[in-house]
Design a protein around this ligand. Structure first.
Ligand code: HEM
Length: 532
């Protein structure tokens, strides 16, 4: 090689290296968002290393204490504005109806797998389409529907009690988070799909098929974030590479991505089969809902049945019926939305009660007064304010959906800071619900905050800073369902069982790749309460 060619080669390599170094500094964006305070970003990766190491839950709380109500963190090349002020958070949620693109294996999938996600309530960015699907979801949570779910929720709690009683008899330690996951899966299966998912059969054990289903939903939650494939971090670090990474990931998926794809496939297969049964029912009954409970198949009045006969708003797809893919995507969203969040919220409540036996004793007193053999209905819940308070306080400390995720729909002025259109914003519900300036003693579990007339009752400002179900048009659509299911379960559990927390679990280790859950489970020994 001549000296000239060598010089050109060296200069080219140096220029490429310089460009890579410069790119990693993200100078344009860093300049654009310089007004926001925040932790110093690392070259190329920004703050992602710390977010993964600490979990977004802890990282946001820690930084809120240093930088206050508005700060920025860097997910690789993407700046995210984190909001930990209730009024600002509410304003952001109300004015910005779209979530930003998810960062996970689904982002790098191709073709149908990707469009499948965009037709779901959770990830669609089409406002009109969202309104149309949300309208179709809503009746599933009207009072009449909720009334009907109470029996199924009691049945779910009974299955759970049988398992807990068995473990109590053996003095056996269990992971209550997993056990409750089987219950919430059983309740979602029967209440929304009208079928028994058999996650808690008569013997108290899960069937192999049901366990595969639970595993699939857990895989999607646990691997759903940036750690869900080796390809995802590349897109986070360098978004313009997305089209190339999509092709590479399609032809060379890694093990983690394959696991997520298989899990999604499993869930889709179950939903497709159920939808096929619904369509058959509708065809045989000529469109009318069959009366009574069917021996096999999907019960009438289920979420799926309702969607199979739902129509879009006239402004969307000419008011047509929902397509099969649209229905499957909603069913998929119901299963995922209803399963882990409620199981986590319940297990966080049991964790806090086991760590605070005086509060557990107070709760049991109220339950005993209600009756130890009674099956609570939807309206009975109102008569148990302390049980409600215990659940609410656990939701304050550990909100399973710990972030309202948004994207700026237009240029915004946020408390005097300019936010360009398209900016990613995270309203940190945990940051708001654990703000020392608002709560005084935010780390303490004090259910009395939620008891009317208690000397410790939350102030108006504190009540406004409680938003575990988010806010605005994208707030949790399943909130009333979750509330009813959790309270019925708590009443039924504490009628018979108390819990002893296994040592070494305070403070609780959590993880938050997508939703907030215990990092390794919550270990307790169920103890049978003395019969009267
Ligand atoms: C204690 C249990 C639950 C908690 C803490 C919870 C929390 C949340 C939060 C924080 C959001 C995001 C709100 C926002 O972006 O502002 C959300 C959205 C959502 N949740 Fe829940 N959730 C729970 C149970 C459920 C259940 C049981 C279902 C279904 C039956 C469900 C379905 C959904 C759906 C579909 C959305 C997206 C709504 C939309 O974008 O329009 N959730 N939830």
């Amino acid at each position: 090689m001549s000296t000239d060619s060598l010089t050109i080669l060296c200069c080219s390599l140096a220029a490429v290296a310089l460009l890579v170094v410069l790119y990693g500094l993200h100078p344009v964006k860093r300049w654009q968002y310089r007004h926001f305070p925040g932790p110093a970003p690392k070259w190329l990766s920004g703050n992602i290393g710390d977010i993964v190491k600490r979990s977004a839950f802890h990282y946001y709380i820690d930084n809120a204490r240093v930088y206050g109500k508005l700060f920025k963190v860097w997910y690789g090349a993407n700046p995210v504005i984190v909001i930990t002020d209730p009024a600002l958070g509410r304003a952001v949620n109300l004015r910005n109806p779209n979530r930003h693109q998810a960062i996970g294996p689904a982002t790098i999938m191709r073709g149908k797998a990707r469009t499948f996600d965009s037709e779901g309530i959770l990830l669609t960015q089409d406002r009109e389409f969202h309104r149309s699907i949300r309208n179709a979801w809503n009746p599933a949570f009207f009072s009449q529907s909720l009334e009907g779910y109470a029996d199924l929720m009691n049945e779910g709690a009974e299955g759970l009690l049988r398992r807990l009683a068995k473990s109590a008899a053996k003095g056996e330690e269990i992971d209550i988070w997993r056990t409750l996951g089987d219950m919430t899966m059983a309740v979602v299966g029967s209440a929304s799909f009208g079928v028994d998912f058999k996650t808690q059969d008569e013997s108290g054990e899960s069937s192999a098929e049901a366990q595969a289903l639970v595993n699939a939903a857990q895989t999607i939650f646990q691997q759903g974030g940036a750690a869900g494939s080796m390809w995802v971090p590349i897109v986070v670090l360098c978004p313009p590479l997305l089209p190339i990474v999509r092709q590479l990931a399609h032809f060379f998926p890694d093990q983690k991505m394959l696991r997520v794809m298989n899990a999604r496939q499993k869930l889709k297969e179950v939903c497709s089969e159920l939808l096929r049964q619904v369509r058959q029912q509708i065809a045989t009954t000529n469109g009318a809902k069959p009366a009574g409970k069917l021996e096999r198949g999907v019960a009438p009045g289920s979420f799926l049945h309702h969607l199979a006969t739902a129509k879009h708003h006239v402004s969307v797809r000419n008011g047509d019926d929902f397509t099969d893919t649209e229905i499957l995507q909603q069913a998929f969203g119901f299963l995922l939305g209803g399963y882990e969040t409620t199981a986590s919220a319940l297990s966080f409540t049991i964790y806090n009660l086991a760590a605070n036996p005086d509060k557990a004793a107070k709760l049991m007193q109220e339950v005993d007064k209600f009756g130890r053999d009674k099956h609570p209905g939807r309206l009975d819940i109102e008569a148990l304010p302390y049980v409600q308070a215990c659940f609410k306080e656990a939701l304050r400390l550990f909100p399973p959906g710990h972030i309202s995720i948004r994207e700026a729909v237009e240029d915004l002025d946020l408390d005097g800071h300019f936010v360009p259109k398209g900016t990613w914003m995270h309203v940190s519900l945990c940051g708001i619900q654990r703000d020392e300036k608002i709560w005084g003693n935010p780390e303490e579990y004090v259910p009395e905050r939620w008891v009317e007339g208690s000397p410790l009752e939350a102030t108006e400002a504190q009540k406004k800073a409680f938003m575990p179900f988010g806010d605005g048009i994208r707030s949790c659509v399943g909130k009333r369902f979750a509330w009813e299911e959790a309270l019925i379960a708590l009443i039924r559990i504490y009628q018979r069982i108390d819990f002893k927390l296994s040592p070494g679990q305070v403070p609780l280790a959590v993880r938050s790749p997508f939703t907030l859950g215990p990092a390794k489970g919550i270990f307790v020994t169920p103890v049978l309460r003395v019969e009267e």
